[in-house]
Design a protein. Structure first.
Length: 119
């Protein structure tokens, strides 16, 4: 069972990571008002030469991929931060999630054993 100090520490790690993700997402997109976990990347300018425009489109597609990964992580973090009495408890077996797993990912939903059996 996690101590209140451990929970506070893990949640602080998640808050710090959340701030970094939001900052990175804001560098190439804007948040949607309907969902704080969803951002829209800026579209490339179409007033460039064909060669420059192709480069802009390629960079935009890379940003979309990064945006998707960051949005998914942001959603995981927000869900973990909302947990009060269930933080650090496996959603499948209701046992404590091992600290070695939480050290790697404080937003973990499953213990090591149950995580192996998730399809």
């Amino acid at each position: 069972m996690l101590t209140p100090e451990q929970i506070k520490s893990y949640k602080q790690e998640l808050k710090t990571e959340k701030e970094k993700i939001l900052k990175e997402l804001a560098s190439f997109g804007i948040p949607k008002s309907s969902d704080p976990n969803d951002f829209d990347s800026f579209m490339p300018s179409s007033k460039l030469s064909d060669e420059d425009n192709a480069l802009e489109v390629s960079e935009y597609l890379n940003k979309l991929s990064t945006e998707s990964l960051l949005e998914n992580r942001l959603k995981e973090i927000n869900q973990a931060l909302k947990k009060t009495k269930t933080f650090g408890i496996c959603e499948k077996c209701n046992k404590s999630i091992e600290t070695k797993k939480l050290d790697v990912n404080p937003a973990s939903d499953f213990c090591i054993n149950c995580g192996k059996n998730i399809n």
